[in-house]
Design a protein around this ligand. Sequence first.
Ligand code: ZN
Length: 243
Amino acid sequence: MSISSETRKRLWARSGNRCALCRLELVRDDQGSEPGALIGQEAHITARNPGGPRYEPVPVDVRDGYANLVLLCANDHVQVDAQPERYTVERLRALKREHETWVRDRLRPKTPAHAEATRVVPLRSGDAVWNVMSGAHAYQTGAPGSLPDDVADLVDDALQVFVDCGEISEDITAGGLRAVRDAKRAIQAELDALASADLTVLGGRRRGEIAPGFTGDIAIVHVVTTDEFRTLTSPPESDAPVQ
Ligand SMILES: [Zn+2]
């Protein structure tokens, strides 16, 4: 097995075409008659082969799966593989996560000063999340700042599933009721996982400027800890305004 093209696209897209370590741009423009170059490499966090850096015996689909890859420039790929003690599995995962969050934050739609306050409500079912995400033009996600690694991974995965469902919601809907039901079920599974980690999802929709001159629907989903949720909802309201 090799890395699927879907996994590749996902990795490049979420990395914003930049190295997760040094943030160098990975697609070089053409220079006159010289063609540009791709200097990005899909690096394995846990090596593909025994004896390779950070090798652990994992199933082949996991090895070439999204979670085991990090997008790096050629130089950093060499360095990371030459220094597995410095660039441990945990460190690489954390670097990847921080980088993807950095990309997401930069691409987040700017909120116009006059934007009306948005009311977000707890989203407790696959149905509720689906209704917020489907057909939106942009997505705004949020997560608690300091979480243990495994919980942060859980939150990242859940938000990604929510956004993915939103981004391909037209395709899913075109696939029929069953496809929509499957999507809602996938969302529900993420909600259950979050709930088991004592996390709640708040969400809503608002109109806002997505690009200059283009106003659209922005789907908002914020994962909050149960403590934050209590603070936000302390009396008398059962839902809370965000920004
Ligand atoms: Zn780099």
